[in-house]
Design a protein around this ligand. Sequence first.
Ligand code: HEM
Length: 492
Amino acid sequence: MTTQDDLRPILTTESGAPVADNQNTETAGVGGPALIQDQLLFEKLAHFNRERIPERVVHARGAGAYGTFTVTADVTAYTRAAFLSEVGKQTETFLRFSTVAGNLGAADAVRDPRGFALKFYTEEGNYDLVGNNTPVFFIKDAIKFPDFIHTQKRDPYTGSQEADNVWDFWGLSPESTHQVTWLFGDRGIPATYRHMNGYGSHTYQWQNEAGEYFWVKYHFKTDQGIRNLTQSEANRLAGEDPDSHQRDLREAIERGEFPRWTVQVQIMPAADAAEYRFNPFDLTKVWPHADYPPIEIGTLELNRNPDNIFAEVEQSVFSPAHFVPGIGPSPDKMLQGRLFAYADAHRYRVGINADHLPVNRPHATEARTNSRDGHLYDGRHGRQKNYEPNTFGGPAQIGRPLWSAVPVAGATGNHVAPSHAEDDDFGQAGALYRLMSADEQQRLIAGLAGFIAKVSADRDDIVERAVENFRKADADYGRRLDEAVRELRKQR
Ligand code: HEM
């Protein structure tokens, strides 16, 4: 009679030889020490020791899914990107959501921006839009990013996030006031990854077939509706189900409830940029919709879960420098720094052949480079020549820039970004505060005050600087915050 065990395939070692015994280590005699000839024991222990790769230095905690982007409007007047060339055209995508500050095992239900990293597998190569669920950011120059993140992560001495560090940095960085107001508002803790918007955040360039160019901002509006958690709901959920967002996304897709976003862009003709009332390349500012109304261009649906989290989510890599013809960078100083940072992180975190992995490589075309070898190279190029130019039919350049050149002026130097008529660090933060309902303002003040009040008792100067920024945004905002912080610090 055939038993269940007879139907099982043979367990093997990494080299494919049958395993004789997977339960008992080979020893010298009964009860004696282990033998070095037990290849299986060493192979298993050694592989296990090497299972982890470095977690992402930010956005370590995340979840991803594959999906489909569908074009719903003719945007050929603005960009020649092939995947946007026709209404109804569909492109495969992979989206990784994340929190920013927490480590790999951190809880999902926390107050933190959410990453919204989207890869379009286009026929002209992969286009990565590595955004967040917020349209703005805390700082506007990449040179400050490591300092900023150090204040969000663990203190070198205490090993914990410290209110002193966070508020010291934010108080000294008034440009953060807008994003901090956003973060402590109701949208600061989304209920799930499905119930939040995504934003490209930076300004990007689109170039049409005629060579004209435009500045664009991307918005992904959730079709599920916005849903948030209050701080106390989040505190409870983070304890009860640390994986809440990841679980929600996977289960919704398993149920066939595919989450969708309506994709919109704001488009600014290149000629408007110099005189626009805000510096259009300043990541701490939005373009008010009255100035540049968002127009719908497509839909994004997530419809397939990854089969293997490590292979497809942990090893997935996204780079803001992954452009396709017709789309390019803007001079935003944050974006410019990011154009370097991501691929560098991938080389360290995943390795030099990260872009060859199934989740990362182009799906609708193939990569044809003369780069070769390195750790874990799979030999995909076979006998092909590995240099260029060559007379053996190797791949050739197209001879046309992917995006438009932009005019620049002046001398090199560590310049402050140009200030436009209405640029300051507080105007848009105050406007956001005044847009909030009375209840939301109340929750905003309570959340901020609760955190600011944690600053060390002998560092009132840090508290003062922090509150002063909100006062400059809106006098009422500052006054109420000041009172709430004083009250809480009295009670300490
Ligand atoms: C100069 C500023 C910034 C620098 C230097 C920077 C750097 C990094 C680095 C090194 C990673 C890890 C990449 C990896 O290991 O694969 C990362 C991840 C990420 N960053 Fe940034 N970042 C910056 C600003 C931003 C901004 C402004 C946004 C959003 C608008 C953003 C969104 C993300 C997202 C979504 C991820 C996770 C990508 C993924 O899911 O793999 N970052 N960042």
